[in-house]
Design a protein around this ligand. Sequence first.
Ligand code: VGL
Ligand code: ZN
Length: 200
Amino acid sequence: MTKTCLLLIDLQNDFLPGGALAVPGGDQVIAVADEMMRDFDIVIASQDWHPSNHGSFVSQHPKRKVGDTFHWNGALQVVWPDHCVQGTYGAAFPPELNVSKISHLITKGKDPNVDSYSAFFDNTKFRATRLHALLQSLEIDAIHMMGLATDYCVRATVLDALELGYQVTLHTKGCRGVEIRLGDCMKAIEQMAHNGAEVL
Ligand code: VGL
Ligand code: ZN
């Protein structure tokens, strides 16, 4: 018997229209999450949870602008607007999200010196969050996923989950992307499907 959970990725005010790192249409997925949560006993939510001096923030780069890339920890890093600062309104769940259905929280991106798109590992794969251990302790082998943003945190979390051996179902109706370059979301979805995710 497979045991499943719903994993909600980064449904936070800063990723909704009006937020610091607004994802186009991000507000439209909150109702999708509320509806999907009814079908799951276990709902896990990740939160991007940065210190105010996080190294991905444009405020830390006087000579760079949002969307620039730079080499950081051996990988290409995008300069983001300051977003999802721990304890702020921008980092909180939107008021429309039925948080009473969320059974477990995973925060990520807390180390100022490395970014963490995936809810499993930081971008260097040096440190893990509690997520894999949590899923193992709950004996979960299949993850249904949705959230923000398709081309960053959703993509990274899906790829890590597949690599860790989980069965992954991606609900695209509950996903929206940043789409810095046109086609980024489609490319991300193709890659997730190619690596073994079931894409709905
Ligand atoms: C995200 C960029 C920076 C995301 C988080 O949740 O997709 N994207 N931090
Ligand atoms: Zn972030």
